[in-house]
Ligand binder design. Structure first.
Ligand SMILES: *Cc1c(COP(=O)(O)O)cnc(C)c1O
Length: 344
C-alpha cells in the first residue's frame, strides 16, 4: 500500500503551515476584526477571499463528479506543476521522469527547483512505451509527467500503457489533461479513488475560454490535496477570479457549443492542409490544435508571420522536425490560414 507521506520532502512533512485569519475562524459573524482589513465595503473587495475557494470547488465537483476535497485550484496549471516539485522533490536529490516531446513547463519548473529532469522519448508515432519510461526510474524518482492528449503532438496516450505506469511506479504520476474536453476518450478523474498516486491536471484556459483569468485545477486524493493546501500561498485565488469562474461554470452549454464548433472545424482544417504541396503530414489530433509536418518549417513560419499569421514552430523539439503547431480557430480564421498557405 502506497504511503504518500514517505514521498513528501522532509521539510514539507514537518511544515507547520501559515494559519490565516480565515483558517482560524470559518462561518458567519456580526463583526470581523481579525484580519486588519478595511471595514468599508463600497467596492465589495475589502475582505480577504476564501483561501480554499469552496463555492467554486463545489460547482467543479458537481460537474466533474469528484469530491470538492479532491480539488486544488491554482494560478493556471503552472501553480500545481511548480507545487508538485516543491512538495515531492528534494532539490539535487530527487528526480522527475517525463515523456518527450511534451509541455515545456514540467522541465522549466524542474530547473527552477534544481530537480533533475529525465526525458524519455515517445515512440516515432508519438505513442507511449511504459516499459521504456519506467526504465528511467530509480530510487530517487518521485514524479512521472504524462500529458494526454499530449502537447504538442495532439494524441491521447494509450490507456493500458498509462495504467502500466500508474501500477509500476511507487511515486506520483501526473496526467495533464489540459485538452481533455476535445478528446474522444474519458478523463482519468474517475480513476482517482483507484490510484492514490494519481494527480490529474485540468485548466480553464482552453475549452472553457478563460486563459486570461489564470485558473487551473489539480485533482488527487485528499491526502495529496492536503499537501497542496499546506504549501500554496494562503489566498492564491483572488475573489474576482473565484466569482468569474463560478459564474462561467453556470453556463456549461456555451462551453459545449464552442467545443463542438472547434471539433467540427478540426477535420475540415486537417483535410485542407493535407491537400497542400508544402504539407507532408497532418498528425491525428485529440486536441484543439493540429501538429503539421511541412517541407521547411522555419521558412514557412516566417512567411506566415510576415502575413500576420502566427503559428507555433516546434521545429527544434525532439521528434518534431519541421513541425508547426496550429490552433483550430474560427471557420474564418482557418480559411485565412489555408488560403495564405496556398499562396506561399
Ligand atoms: C495550455 C496547457 C496548460 C494550461 O496551462 P494554464 O497555466 O492552466 O493556462 C497545461 N498543460 C498543457 C499541456 C497545456 O498545453
Amino acid at each position: 500500500m502506497l504511503n504518500i507521506n514517505t514521498l513528501v520532502r522532509p521539510c514539507i512533512a514537518r511544515l507547520k503551515p501559515y494559519s490565516c485569519a480565515r483558517d482560524e475562524f470559518k462561518g458567519e459573524a456580526r463583526v470581523f476584526v481579525d484580519a486588519n482589513e478595511n471595514p468599508f465595503d463600497e467596492n465589495k473587495y475589502n475582505r480577504y477571499p476564501d483561501p480554499l475557494q469552496l463555492a467554486v470547488k463545489q460547482r467543479i465537483a458537481e460537474l466533474k463528479k469528484v469530491r470538492a476535497t479532491q480539488i486544488m485550484l491554482g494560478n493556471g496549471s503552472d501553480e500545481p506543476i511548480d507545487l508538485i516539485y516543491r512538495i515531492f522533490c528534494e532539490p539535487t536529490v530527487n528526480n522527475a521522469v517525463a515523456i518527450a516531446p511534451t509541455y515545456g513547463m514540467y522541465g522549466v519548473c524542474a530547473d527552477i527547483n534544481n530537480v533533475e529532469y529525465r526525458s524519455v522519448n515517445l515512440n516515432n508515432d508519438y505513442s507511449l512505451d511504459a516499459n521504456r519510461l519506467l526504465a528511467a526510474v530509480d530510487a530517487n524518482t518521485r514524479v512521472i509527467w504524462l500529458c494526454s492528449p499530449n502537447n504538442p503532438t495532439g494524441n491521447l496516450l494509450n490507456r493500458s500503457e498509462i495504467k502500466k505506469v500508474l501500477e509500476g511506479f511507487g511515486g506520483i504520476v501526473v496526467i495533464d489533461e489540459a485538452y481533455v474536453d476535445f478528446a474522444s476518450e474519458e478523463s482519468w478523474l474517475s480513476e482517482l479513488d483507484n490510484y492514490p498516486n494519481l494527480v490529474v491536471l485540468q485548466t480553464f484556459s482552453k475549452a472553457w475560454g478563460m486563459a486570461s483569468v489564470r485558473c487551473g485545477m489539480a485533482f488527487a486524493s485528499e491526502e495529496i490535496i492536503g499537501y497542496f493546501n499546506k504549501v500554496k500561498y494562503p489566498y492564491n485565488i483572488n475573489k474576482l477570479t473565484q466569482e468569474f469562474v463560478l459564474n462561467r461554470l453556470q453556463n456549461v452549454e456555451l462551453k459545449e457549443k464552442q467545443t463542438k464548433i472547434i471539433l467540427g472545424e478540426r477535420p475540415k482544417l486537417a483535410l485542407e492542409l493535407e491537400k497542400l504541396a508544402l504539407v507532408e503530414k497532418v498528425y491525428a489530433s485529440d486536441a484543439n490544435f493540429l501538429l503539421v509536418k511541412v517541407n521547411d518549417a522555419p521558412k514557412i513560419y516566417n512567411q506566415l508571420a510576415q502575413k500576420g499569421i502566427v503559428v507555433r514552430s516546434r521545429h527544434n523539439i525532439v521528434l518534431c522536425n519541421n513541425c508547426l503547431r496550429i490552433t483550430i480557430g474560427t471557420a474564418d480564421e482557418n480559411k485565412v490560414i489555408v488560403e495564405t498557405l496556398k499562396e506561399l
